[in-house]
Design a protein around this ligand. Structure first.
Ligand SMILES: C[S@@+](CC[C@H](N)C(=O)[O-])C[C@H]1O[C@@H](n2cnc3c(N)ncnc32)[C@H](O)[C@@H]1O
Length: 355
């Protein structure tokens, strides 16, 4: 964890003798900035094979040694690096979560995180008004180079999270072995579709998204050599009557991290369209930050609360399980269950289309 206290510091903190707000800011914010900088430099990848001394690292990263040392020392204190016999090494945590060779690499999400932090610049306004303060990146003009870069970072970040953490979702969704057709609604980067296609050998995934999302997804399909098992359909899931696009019913549909973008009535409208595309007995898997499914976990509560704040700022919100359950019943789904996941703050809800 970034803020690692010694036992004495922990005790003093519990006794309220340490100025705790100083750790939340500027310390936590500073560590976040150092981490993003290290990921952007590619520091953890340079160290992924073996530890290196300062001078070699500085040369490889094209940095001034004393300047780089300031960053390295902070990363040692924060638990991302280790300094041993004159060499800097990745810690186990950095190796697992921040290096390209690891299947759990979430460095692209870390690099995307300043875009999320920028949304929180509007927090005062939101607190005063409880109203949307800016538009979603998807609604912005995607023709400028800045907007394209932002969306590319966004989809790359989401793809890395899906690849690293999506395994347990795929494991928990019960899909018939012979299932052939999967619909990934707002599936953009296609990383969840990749995981399902790998597990179910007969599955073909159809990913529905806006143009920039599809560009990201096609890249993933190519990288994973799954182009033949994936189709991409450019469609506005809010406005388009997308069931008319498909002649065959789907066995499975994914509705992952879409609900929090939209008001309740729009979710019902889209879920109705999703349910229409499913065959009777077909499976709908729904993933989101669900407000009442935090199971007493502080990490889960923080994740869900931050998502609620972020989404309110861009015009969405987070919902409770009873609300989602009602929507799903309304559109003809049954056997609606909420599943606790290891990933803090994410909840999987599964439902079956009535026969
Ligand atoms: C928060 S992301 C979730 C992506 C993916 N499902 C996941 O769980 O990582 C929301 C997705 O919805 C897509 N999206 C947003 N508005 C859309 C619209 N009106 N029509 C189609 N896709 C849309 C975005 O491009 C993006 O891929």
């Amino acid at each position: 964890m970034p803020l690692r206290l010694t036992p004495l510091e922990y005790l003093l903190s519990r006794l309220n003798l340490l100025p705790t707000p100083l750790f939340d800011t500027p310390l936590a914010v500073g560590i976040a900035k150092m981490l993003v900088t290290a990921c952007e430099l590619g520091l953890f990848d340079v160290l992924s094979e073996r530890g290196l001394p300062l001078e070699t690292l500085a040369e490889k990263l094209e940095c001034q040694p004393q300047g780089l040392q300031l960053l390295l020392q902070l990363l040692v204190s924060a638990g991302y690096l280790r300094y041993h016999h004159g060499n800097y090494h990745n810690t186990r945590m950095a190796t697992r979560w921040l290096t390209k060779e690891s299947p759990m690499n979430i460095a692209p999400y870390v690099i995307h995180s300043p875009d999320i932090v920028a949304i929180w610049d509007h927090v005062t306004e939101v607190v005063h008004t409880n109203k949307q303060a800016m538009r979603m990146p998807y609604e912005e003009d995607a023709s400028t180079p800045e907007a394209q870069q932002l969306l590319a970072r966004h989809y790359a970040g989401l793809a890395s999270l899906a690849t690293a953490l999506g395994g347990e979702i795929v494991h928990r969704v019960r899909v018939p072995e012979q299932a052939q057709q999967l619909l990934d609604v707002g599936g953009s980067h296609a990383a969840y579709s990749v995981l399902f296609c790998r597990k179910y050998p007969y599955l073909h995934a159809t990913i529905l998204d806006i143009e920039p999302g599809i560009v990201a997804g096609e890249r993933t399909a190519k990288q994973m050599k799954l182009e033949e098992r994936m189709s991409f359909v450019c469609s506005d899931i809010v406005k388009d009557d997308f069931p008319t696009l498909f002649s065959q019913p789907f066995d499975v549909a994914l509705y992952f991290h879409i609900a929090h973008l939209l008001p309740p009535e729009m979710n019902v409208t889209i879920l109705e369209k999703v349910a229409k595309t499913l065959r009777p007995g077909g499976v709908l898997a729904f993933v989101d930050q669900i407000t009442d499914q935090t199971y007493g976990s502080r990490l889960a509560s923080l994740m869900v609360q931050f998502m609620a704040l972020t989404m309110t700022t861009v015009g969405g919100t987070c919902y409770s399980f009873p609300i989602v359950k009602r929507w799903l019943q309304q559109v003809g789904m049954e056997q609606i269950h909420s599943h606790r996941l290891l990933t803090p703050g994410a909840t999987l809800i599964t439902a079956i289309k009535k026969e």
